[in-house]
Design a protein around this ligand. Structure first.
Ligand code: 13P
Length: 249
């Protein structure tokens, strides 16, 4: 049985006191309800330690890490530093980092390897631009993002990776992929893992959908067979909205 996961990606929002309030609010809601969904909060580096100490109802994720292990890299944050905060996950390859920080699949190989060797799980983001979907290249693009950054890993290492399919045209736009579009891509992603690793690895692989997911559309998207959860941006900044999405399973 695949793990159901709802992960919030706070991006660059909330100062430490606001983030602490949000995490506390969420902790209270999760304590008074029961769910079999794993909840993850992707918070800014400055919040990792504090938010990780608030509750065992959720795990904490960084939103990036350095591609270097340690040393003279001013302003960078290493995987070992992230691990020392109590964080369990790192979001890698988000389209905002690919677009604004020119992260490519080769950079991501280094980051993925460092995370896994330091016992951090990876939430690996992939997804096409609107122009790539319009020209019919969306499957090819997603395949290359996955192949080039992940297919050097062993089956055991893949068991510590979660995939987040986030079509770039749906991120922060209010335009969600239809549940049929999400299902089609998720099934495709599972099939390329099957081609590479055989049937067991992809059957255990959680594939999350991200892009304008909100309480009003979450249930429909999560009803699809190959959608194992969501990576939630804007709606994760409000405890009520986020908990409604968690309860949409
Ligand atoms: P939105 O939910 O705000 O569209 O963001 C999705 C996202 O980028 C999560 O990583």
């Amino acid at each position: 049985m695949r793990k159901k996961i709802i992960a919030g990606n706070w991006k660059m929002n909330k100062n430490l006191s606001e983030g602490t309030d949000l995490a506390n609010e969420l902790s209270e809601i999760l304590t008074s309800s029961s769910t079999d969904v794993e909840v993850i909060l992707g918070v800014p580096f400055t919040h990792l330690d504090k938010v990780a100490s608030i509750s065992d109802k959720f795990s904490v994720s960084a939103q990036n890490c350095s591609a270097q292990e340690s040393g003279a890299y001013t302003g960078e944050i290493s995987t070992k530093m992230i691990l020392s905060t109590g964080a369990k996950y790192v979001i890698l390859g988000h389209s905002e980092r690919r677009a604004y920080h020119q992260e490519n699949n080769a950079d991501l190989v280094k980051k993925v390897d460092l995370c896994l060797s330091d016992n951090l799980k990876v939430i690996y983001c992939c997804g096409e631009l609107l122009s790539e979907r319009d020209s019919g290249n969306h499957f090819e693009i997603v395949k290359s993002q996955i192949e080039e950054a992940l297919f050097h890993l062993s089956a055991e290492q893949i068991s510590r990776v979660v995939i987040a399919y986030e079509p770039v045209w749906a991120i922060g736009t209010g335009v969600t992929a239809s549940s049929a579009q999400a299902q089609e891509m998720h099934a495709y992603i599972r099939s390329i893992f099957t081609d590479k690793y055989g049937v067991d690895v992809p059957q255990a692989l959680s594939i999350l959908y991200g892009g304008s997911c909100k309480p009003s559309n979450a249930q429909e998207i999560f009803s699809k067979e190959d959608v194992d959860g969501g990576l939630i941006g804007g709606a994760s900044l409000n405890a009520n909205d986020f908990s409604q999405i968690i309860n949409a399973f």
